[in-house]
Write a protein that binds this ligand. Structure first.
Ligand code: SME
Length: 160
């Protein structure tokens, strides 16, 4: 079965509006967490051309690299470290227009210029994060935060 995405619209919001129902349908038919996280990362990267899209999952009090699309990345991040560890510790979205200005930013690639990290909550606990990097400065805004948060809500019930 073909799994092509059909993206319409010019604005970022319009693209998310056409992408999200297709991603939801794609993961609804599959119970495996890794398979679904892989397709979510691929769908986001394919649609928006982001530099890196992926998941880190909390394992033994560290964030460990999960399914992703993009270049090789650091595998483990401590709580409170970097943008991802900060999103985990503070249980809040980190919207970083210029990664060089974020204290403690972990540079997996020098090509990454801006970043957004969404914590994935299961009840009160952060179980993982969705990390999206761009090779352009100031590439993320509240529209990304809104739609990426919806995706994170879908996957909040998954456990590794
Ligand atoms: N920049 C992240 C590390 C993960 S990579 O971007 C894939 C951070 O500071 O937490």
């Amino acid at each position: 079965m073909a799994e092509d995405l059909f993206i319409q619209g010019n604005s970022k919001a319009e693209k998310y509006e056409t992408l999200l129902p297709q991603l939801q349908a794609l993961i609804a038919g599959e119970a495996d967490c890794v398979a679904n996280l892989g397709n979510l990362a691929a769908g986001l990267k394919e649609t928006f051309g982001f530099f890196w899209v992926g998941f880190y999952w909390v394992k033994n009090d560290e964030l460990v690299l999960g399914p992703f699309q993009g270049s090789v990345a650091c595998t483990r991040i401590a709580k409170g470290r970097g943008v991802c560890g900060t999103a985990w510790e503070q249980k809040s979205i980190q919207l970083v227009p210029d990664v060089e200005l974020f204290p403690g930013h972990i540079a997996c690639s020098s090509l990454s210029k801006s970043e957004i990290v969404i914590p994935i909550l299961h009840g009160e606990n952060v179980v993982g994060v969705l990390d999206v990097d761009s090779d352009e400065l100031n590439d993320f805004d509240e529209t990304d935060a809104k739609y990426l948060s919806i995706i994170c809500q879908w996957i909040s019930a998954y456990t590794f």
